[in-house]
Design a protein around this ligand. Structure first.
Ligand code: SDX
Length: 429
């Protein structure tokens, strides 16, 4: 038995042998199935790419049925338990865990690139007082591309490395400044004596004290959340980074595309939507009516469902556990009771069971973010910051992949053809 498909075209009676590689056929091979010379050949119609592989990747492995997530082969549970975000970022980008000297160099480089040009600060101060921080982050990262024009030279590995260091280093600064902008507070500069997560918390919450040191349990919880959000194979925002990156644009512009995609409520914006949903439900007494609304199609249970996970999202399990650690410091978030009741009912209800809808990474993360004093509009920023390492790892793999070319899908044209233009005088009467 050979690894191939035999396809019979019933329009012509012709048969075609299509090689199977890693469970896929090359769409280009379908193009050879034609009824005649003027037939462009068979193509694949797959809105949302529900069953299309866009690349070969060795970065992240997901088994949606078994609820498995691994970064470069390491189970997420072990990385969340024992690693740091910067070590995971190194692993995703370089493909292996760093040795002592590699880690110290990496950490030093990131730490000493946390500052941004003062013009970026004045650029951010130009936003309205109530600008959504994701809109500010989106625009500021795009603006960074103008400060490092050499980043367009994407074929130079050392240049690529420098720009990836800058992006990972500066995202917390930009994210914190977007938060401070909305609070009407002065922007806080990075403190290079602090760890990545501790420095981020200091830039967010420092006021008149000489040095802001967050509770270590909160810093640890944020580190775990950053690790869990670092990458997730070919999700919507990574697909955006790869698609934009395929035009050979600089990594700042490609990352901006990822931020824009993550902003949407069906993707990274879901954590903000979950909090607003829980607040709107208001009490566990209202949960049954809300569930009825979901089943009638009037509501969507935000934080539930996933294109790949048809089982519990392993990240949700870890985040739910992290809730306990955070609430031990901050006090239990009263919305937790509603979230737990929603999950309990949904996991027993045929509507959700039949659609294999389980809590995803966004369902519980918002409860922690709120307990850490973040407003809901900051939640997706807290997703974008750690996901930057994943986006850049995927972007680097794309740039090095000889199989890749500029993204330019086909379409099925459904519009009019060869109409004659009628001059305005005749059309306007
Ligand atoms: C992230 O891809 C990734 O890896 C993303 C991510 C990452 O780390 O990058 O994991 C992060 O984006 C997590 C997902 C966060 N989004 C949400 O929580 C928003 C709510 N969830 C959905 O809108 C939905 O589940 C998606 C967008 C996540 C997945 O959508 P799909 O795969 O396109 O599935 P679908 O919309 O076709 O739904 C299948 C069925 C439909 O019912 P029917 O039309 O067959 O009757 O399930 C229903 C949907 O209506 N459904 C839901 C639902 N999610 C799907 N019904 C109610 N509530 C939901 N949350």
């Amino acid at each position: 038995m050979t690894d191939s498909l035999t396809v019979r075209d019933n329009r012509t009676g012709n048969e075609y042998e299509l090689p199977l590689t890693d469970g896929t056929i090359r769409a280009a091979d379908l193009g050879g199935i034609r009824t005649g010379d003027d037939d462009p050949g068979v193509a694949v119609y797959d809105p949302g790419f529900t069953n299309t592989a866009s690349c070969r990747s060795s970065i992240t492995y997901i088994d949606g049925d078994k609820g498995i997530l691994e970064y470069r082969g390491y189970p997420i549970e072990q990385l969340a338990e024992s690693s740091t975000y910067l070590e995971v970022a190194y692993l995703l980008i370089h493909g292996e865990l760093p040795d002592k000297s590699q880690y110290e160099t990496w950490e030093h480089q990131i730490t000493y690139h946390t500052f941004v040009h003062e013009n970026v600060k004045s650029f951010m101060q130009g936003f309205r007082y109530d600008a959504h921080p994701m809109g500010m982050l989106l625009a500021s990262v795009g603006a960074l591309s103008t400060f490092y024009p050499e980043s367009r030279n994407i074929s130079d590995p050392s240049n690529r490395h420098m720009q990836m260091v800058r992006l990972i280093a500066k995202m917390p600064t930009l994210g914190a400044w977007a938060f401070r902008h909305g609070q009407g507070k002065p922007y806080v500069y990075p403190d290079n004596e602090l760890s990545y997560a501790a420095n981020f918390l200091a830039m967010l919450f420092k006021m008149s004290e000489q040095k802001f040191l967050a509770d270590e349990r909160l810093t640890k919880a944020l580190e775990i959340l950053f690790i869990l959000h670092a990458d997730h194979e070919q999700n919507c925002s990574t697909n955006a980074v790869r698609s934009v990156g395929s035009s050979q644009v600089d990594p700042y512009s490609a990352t901006t595309a990822g931020i824009a995609a993550l902003y949407g409520p069906l993707h990274g914006g879901a954590n903000e939507a979950v909090l607003r949903m829980l607040r709107r439900i208001g009490s566990i007494d209202n949960v049954p009516d809300f569930i009825t609304g979901v089943k009638n199609g009037d509501e969507r249970l935000m934080g539930f469902g996933h294109r790949v996970y048809k089982n519990y999202d392993p990240r949700a399990t870890i985040i739910k556990r992290a809730c306990d650690d955070v609430f031990a410091v901050t006090g239990v978030n009263p919305l937790l009771e509603i979230a737990v009741e929603l999950e309990k009912i949904a996991l027993e209800d045929e509507y959700f069971v039949s659609r294999k809808l389980y809590p995803n990474v966004d369902f519980y993360s918002g409860l922690i973010y709120e307990a850490l004093s973040f407003p809901p509009e900051m939640f997706t920023v807290l997703f974008a910051i750690p996901r930057t390492a994943g986006w850049l790892a995927q972007w680097r793999e794309l740039v090095d992949d000889k199989d890749q070319k500029i993204a330019r899908p086909k379409q099925i044209y459904t519009g009019e053809r060869t109409l004659d233009f009628t001059p305005r005088e005749q059309r306007w009467g």
